[in-house]
Write a protein that binds this ligand. Structure first.
Ligand code: ADP
Ligand code: ASP
Ligand code: MG
Length: 403
């Protein structure tokens, strides 16, 4: 088999752990498989590099940030390759560029446009293990780019797709996908399987165990994806097509996203095209909007509330200020002390009362819900950040996920 194995930051957190990864790769090779390894930077390294840049300015050039951050994964790739060679396994490390990963030019959150698998195939044909620096590519202008936080997962899936690998294993510090983050709810249970769609929702709604874009791509390319622990031999969780799962529970999991901030606009001129103007300008400045609530207008004015990632609040504020200066908005306020709790499950499609139960659960805990949004397979609520963990645990138990 051709197996892509991705090791996250904690798994390569120090030299000892990199040796542990080399041993694991060695075992897989000895079983007769071909292996392509994708690595993250050592844990904490990406944040450390970011803080170096922020020593000089809060708004470093994004292309320079990419140049800086991409170095983290290259260090690990080279070290793991050195360790494998030292064990007698011929290995070659590759940067994103060498691995043929071409992206667009949206620095710090680039999208992969194509992968040329030939350089990787050539090394494999020479009997080598390839160790690829995750999280990075090269733009069509020849500049190094990165794929957004957690982007090594995406590198692994994209490479598995390009090489038509039989399996893509994501090794991390938990032994699979749980009904919620086991750090928040120790009673969370590990799932044997989960559908691409549910995993995509959980990841998009804050479960950082997999980067959401990697799940989206895995679904599109039909990649066999497994998450498991690099520290134990426990079987992981298979992320697969819905039809491969016999019995779908009503609710599969609870996700929490603390990287949310609320923007409230008052006295917005209520004219056709106003929403388009505001949200187009935000989008043009790469601000990601999540929930939007507009209330019924009065006297030609209306109110709008929306959420953005905390990390993009400053950018959003700048745009809102322009509309205030132009007289289209009269008041604005911001709240960073919020979070989003979400309930995910494909079983919701065919059942009623799932949302009502969520609201009752919050009411029982006396937690005020600020915003609500629903789709076919999820319900999300914005609540005060101080209730984040309590909300997750209460919902987890309300839907009997601990049983
Ligand atoms: P890596 O560095 O290996 O990429 P991450 O820190 O990105 O690892 O992701 C693993 C973490 O994801 C776990 O330690 C866990 O706290 C968190 N997590 C959040 N939600 C879940 C979930 N539903 N199941 C498992 N882990 C989760
Ligand atoms: N090192 C990058 C990050 O911390 C990418 C990754 O680990 O997947 O976001
Ligand atoms: Mg990760």
């Amino acid at each position: 088999m051709l197996i892509v194995q991705k090791f996250g930051g904690t798994s390569v957190g120090d030299l000892e752990r990199i040796q542990n990864v080399a041993n694991r790769v060695s075992q897989t090779l000895k079983q007769g498989h071909q292996v392509v390894v994708v690595v993250s930077a050592m844990s904490g390294e990406t944040n450390k590099l970011l803080s170096f840049a922020e020593h000089y300015t809060q708004t470093p050039e994004r292309s320079e940030v990419d140049m800086l951050l991409s170095s983290g994964e290259r260090v690990t790739a080279a070290l793991l390759s050195i360790a494998l060679n030292a064990m007698g396994h011929p290995a070659a490390s590759m940067s994103g560029r060498r691995a043929g990963i071409v992206t667009d030019s949206v620095h710090t959150k680039a999208r992969i446009e194509s992968i040329d698998p030939q350089p990787m195939r050539d090394e494999l044909a020479h009997g080598k293990v390839i160790v690829i620096a995750g999280f990075q590519g090269v733009s069509d202008k020849g500049q190094v780019t990165t794929l957004g936080r957690g982007g090594s997962d995406l590198s692994a899936v994209a490479i598995a797709g390009a090489l038509e690998a039989d399996l893509c294993e994501i090794y991390t510090d938990v032994d699979g996908i749980y009904t919620t983050d086991p750090r928040i709810e120790p009673k969370a249970r590990k799932m044997e399987k989960i559908s691409y769609d549910e995993m995509l929702e959980l990841a998009s709604l804050g479960a950082k165990v997999l980067q959401n874009r990697s799940v989206e791509l895995a679904k599109k390319l039909n990649v066999n994806l497994v998450t498991r622990s690099s520290f134990t031999n426990a079987e992981g969780t298979l992320i697969t097509k819905e039809e491969n799962i016999m019995e779908q529970p009503l609710v599969s999991g609870i996700a929490l996203d603390k990287n949310q901030a609320r923007v409230s606009l008052g006295g917005v001129i209520d004219r056709p095209g106003i929403a388009s103007d505001i949200f187009t300008r935000l989008a043009d400045n790469s601000v990601n909007i999540d929930m939007i609530v507009q209330t019924l207008g009065h006297d030609g004015k209306t109110n709008m509330d929306f959420t953005v990632p905390k990390t993009e609040l400053l950018d959003a504020q700048k745009i809102v200020d322009q509309f205030v200066a132009e007289g289209e908005i009269s008041e604005c306020s911001y709240d960073e002390n919020i979070c989003k709790v979400s309930i995910v499950g494909v079983g919701m499609k065919s059942h009623t009362g799932v949302a009502a139960k969520a609201f009752q659960t919050m009411a029982l805990e006396n937690i005020n819900i600020m915003m609500i949004s629903t789709s076919e397979i999820k319900i999300s609520m914005i609540v005060a950040e101080k209730y984040a963990e309590l909300s997750v645990r209460s919902l987890h138990s309300a839907y009997s996920l601990d049983r």
